[in-house]
Design a protein around this ligand. Structure first.
Ligand code: THG
Length: 369
C-alpha cells in the first residue's frame, strides 16, 4: 500500500516513547487505539532473531489502560469479562475475553487487580473506556472510570530477565507469569509485570509518567547493551508461530471466543449479568460455524503483512479466510491463521486467493510451536 504522511491532528495521541523510537530508526507504524505502534525498524530478520535469541524493547504504549475504581469496580469488571474473575488476586494479571451482547469478541485485555476496588484493563484495539462507561451508567454502578497516565514498554526475549534484573534488582526474577509489582528508577514511577505479547519470555514496564518516556527508553537501552538489546515490536513472525491471537486482526465483527481458541477463558456458569454470557451459552449449544486453524502455504515467496483477509477455497468454493500471515523462519515457509468453516480440518489441502493468483496450502493445528 502506498501511504502519504499523516497530517498534524489532535486525535492521534503521540507515544511518550515516540522520540526514542524515531532515534532508533523506526521504519513503519500501525494505527492502534488512536495511536501509532512501531511495526518495523527496517530489518525483519534481525528484529525476529533479536527477540528469539536476545532481547528487544518495544513501544507498546498503544496498549492503553482503562482504570476502574470504586465500590462496584469488581462487579463492573466481571460484567465486562466472560471469564470468572472472582478469584483474581491483587498483584496478578489475567487474560480475559470481553464480548458484546451478541457474544461477539470486542477485546481481549489483560486485567490487573491493584487492590480491592482498583483495576486496570490493558486493552487491545478499540474504545473500552467508552464501552465500560456506558455499561456502568446503564446499570447505575458506583465506579470511577478514567484513563490513567500509563504507557507500557515491553522487554521481550530470553535475555529480558537479565536486563530487567540489571535495572531493578534480582527480585524481578521471582515474579511469576502475569504477576506485577510497583517499582521506581531515577524517580520514574512504574509497574513491572512478567508478561508481553510473545512466547519468548519477558516483562512489561508500565511507565506511570508520560514525561519520562525517553528517560525510561534510554535506561533500558543502556542496561541492555551487554546483551545487544535493540528495538522491536509485537512481532508478526513470532506471534503467528506461537499462535497468539490479534483481536481485530484475526477477528471480525462476527467472531466469538469459541471460534478463535479462547474457550478456556470463557466460564459459561458465571452470572447472567455478564455481558454476552447468555449469547455465548446459546452459541455453544448450537455449535460454532467457523474455527481458527493454522495454514502452511506451499510457496517460498515471502509476502508482506495482510491489509485484507484473503479468501480460502476448496474446489473453488469459499470456506473461510486467511486472516494474517508471515514468513516463519522456524518452518521455512509462509504460515498464517485460517478462520474456516468447521467442516474442514487439519491436513486438508486448500487454495488461498491472493488477488489475481492463488497458492496451495495445508490446514494444521495451532500453535505452530
Ligand atoms: N500486554 C498487555 N496488554 C495488552 C497486550 C499485552 N493489551 C492488548 C493485547 N496485548 C491484548 N491481547 C493479548 C493476547 C494474548 C496475551 C495477552 C494479551 C497473552 N496470552 C498468553 C497466551 O495466549 O499464551 C497467555 C494467556 C494465559 O493463558 O493466561 O499473553 O500483550 N499488558
Amino acid at each position: 500500500m502506498v501511504m502519504a504522511e499523516i497530517g498534524p491532528n489532535t486525535r492521534l495521541r503521540v507515544s511518550p516513547f515516540y522520540d526514542a523510537t524515531v532515534r532508533e530508526g523506526v521504519a513503519a507504524f500501525s494505527p492502534y487505539n488512536s495511536m501509532l505502534m512501531p511495526v518495523s525498524y527496517g530489518d525483519s530478520d534481525l528484529e525476529y532473531n533479536r527477540l528469539m535469541n536476545g532481547v528487544s524493547q518495544w513501544d507498546v504504549s498503544v496498549q492503553r489502560q482503562v482504570e476502574i475504581k470504586g465500590p462496584d469496580a469488581a462487579g463492573l469488571v466481571q460484567m465486562l469479562c466472560v471469564r470468572n474473575l472472582s478469584k483474581i488476586e491483587v498483584g496478578k494479571g489475567k487474560y480475559v475475553p470481553m464480548c458484546d451482547h451478541r457474544g461477539v469478541l470486542i477485546n481481549d485485555p489483560v486485567v490487573l487487580k491493584h487492590e480491592d476496588g482498583t483495576f486496570w484493563l490493558s486493552i487491545g484495539d478499540n474504545n473500552i473506556l467508552m464501552w465500560a462507561r456506558s455499561i456502568a451508567a446503564e446499570r447505575r454502578l458506583n465506579v470511577e472510570l478514567r484513563e490513567p497516565d500509563v504507557s507500557p514498554m515491553a522487554v521481550q526475549g530470553p535475555k529480558a530477565e537479565d536486563v530487567v534484573a540489571a535495572i531493578f534488582g534480582d527480585w524481578v526474577r521471582a515474579l511469576k507469569y502475569f504477576w506485577f509489582a510497583p517499582a521506581e528508577i531515577d524517580g520514574i514511577p512504574l509497574v513491572i509485570q512478567r508478561s508481553g505479547y510473545s512466547k519468548q519470555g519477558g516483562f512489561e514496564l508500565y511507565l506511570r509518567d508520560s514525561s519520562r518516556g525517553t528517560d525510561l527508553w534510554n535506561i533500558v537501552r543502556e542496561a541492555g547493551h551487554p546483551w545487544n538489546i535493540g528495538p522491536g515490536y509485537p512481532n508478526p513472525m513470532e506471534r503467528i508461530e506461537s499462535g497468539l491471537l490479534s483481536y481485530g486482526g484475526d477477528t471480525d465483527d462476527q467472531t466469538n471466543p469459541f471460534e478463535v481458541r479462547l474457550e478456556k477463558y470463557v466460564d459459561l456458569e458465571i452470572d447472567d449479568e455478564v455481558v454476552g454470557i447468555k449469547a455465548l451459552r446459546a452459541i455453544k449449544a448450537e455449535g460454532v460455524k467457523r474455527r481458527q486453524l493454522g495454514i502452511v502455504l506451499k510457496t517460498n515467496d515471502r509476502r508482506p503483512g495482510h491489509a485484507v483477509w484473503y479468501k480460502i477455497q476448496k474446489a473453488g468454493i469459499n470456506i473461510g479466510h486467511m486472516t494474517n500471515g508471515a514468513w516463519s523462519p522456524r518452518m521455512q515457509a509462509m504460515i498464517g491463521f485460517a478462520l474456516v468453516n468447521v467442516d474442514f480440518a487439519p491436513g486438508d489441502e486448500v487454495q488461498v486467493v491472493f488477488g489475481t493468483h492463488s497458492n496451495r496450502g495445508t490446514l494444521c493445528e495451532l500453535p505452530f510451536f
